[in-house]
Design a protein around this ligand. Structure first.
Ligand SMILES: [Zn+2]
Length: 286
């Protein structure tokens, strides 16, 4: 059972139905004929995708569409015609449902960027330029923020450890792996990914790959420093104020439910500070 089924409320998610519905209103007759002849292959490829995605093996997926073929052109045009936001897409139903997958309007890749309804970018998890048969496959379409879409681009590595996290199939939040460290005598804040709690090592490598490629470390650090400055600004160096502040850090930590969010990781570190460390931090960041 992949996560998409949980999110998508439409009943006819069946790939055959979806694909045929796309084709029904497709105007270009030459392309349509090419696409109709490919229906069976599309279904096979989608089933294969689902099967190997469950086993985290999408790096092994092979395209069955020749480069420079009429079929490739037809498939890319099908996406452009039916789902691309830059066109008057006819299948808003699918587009809107995919956009809704983004929980609380946040990007599934970085969890911090926004997915704006009506103006969301859809990412092809496996890029459509290399895997044209997946250009309109719902299981391969991920709503994401503009930044992630731009940074991810056409990146696709044929290596187990260098794969992005597929939000519909890969569960990475069963364990805590995101941590904040203060370096250089509390003058620098850094996010680090550590496998302290026994998550699969390959998944950890993939999370690191994603953070690096999509520049998520930087995004989190900017947010965290901003949050920290705001908190530190409200107190003076009075000891009782610092004690109250440390209690507040602990309360904030307990209130945040999302295990590997930048905020939870920040407060996990802040609540462990001593009064002396808190004082140094205040001098450095206030
Ligand atoms: Zn993002």
């Amino acid at each position: 059972m992949y996560n998409l089924e949980k999110y998508l409320k439409i009943e006819d998610i069946d790939p055959i139905m979806t694909y045929e519905e796309y084709l029904k209103s497709y105007i270009n007759n030459n392309n349509r004929l090419v696409l109709e002849n490919f229906i069976e292959k599309i279904i096979q490829q989608e089933l294969l995708y689902e099967e190997i995605a469950k086993n985290r093996g999408l790096y092994q997926f092979q395209s069955k569409v020749d480069d420079n073929s009429a079929l490739k052109v037809a498939l890319l045009n099908l996406y452009k015609n039916q789902l691309s936001k830059t066109n008057s897409y006819k299948h808003k139903k699918y587009y809107n449902e995919i956009v809704k997958i983004a929980k609380n309007g946040k990007c599934p890749y970085c969890s911090i960027g926004y997915v704006f309804p009506g103006n969301a970018t859809l990412d092809h998890f496996l890029p459509k330029s290399k895997f044209p048969e997946l250009s309109v496959s719902l299981i391969n379409l991920v709503p994401c923020c503009m930044d992630c879409n731009k940074h991810k681009g056409e990146i696709f590595n044929e290596d187990e450890k260098q794969q992005f996290i597929q939000p519909y199939f890969d569960n990475i939040n069963s364990e805590r792996w995101l941590f904040v460290e203060f370096n250089f005598n509390f003058s620098q804040l850094n996010y680090v990914i550590r496998n302290d709690n026994g998550l699969d090592d390959v998944l950890i490598d993939r999370i690191k790959f994603q953070f690096k490629k999509l520049k998520i470390y930087e995004k989190y650090e900017i947010q965290a420093i901003d949050e920290l400055r705001e908190k530190l600004n409200i107190v003076n160096s009075d000891n009782s104020k610092l004690i109250a502040l440390l209690e507040e850090f602990n309360d904030s930590y307990n209130r945040i439910n999302v295990l590997n969010s930048w905020k939870k990781a920040l407060y996990a570190r802040l609540r462990e500070l001593t009064i002396e460390e808190c004082q140094i931090l205040m001098n450095n960041f206030k």
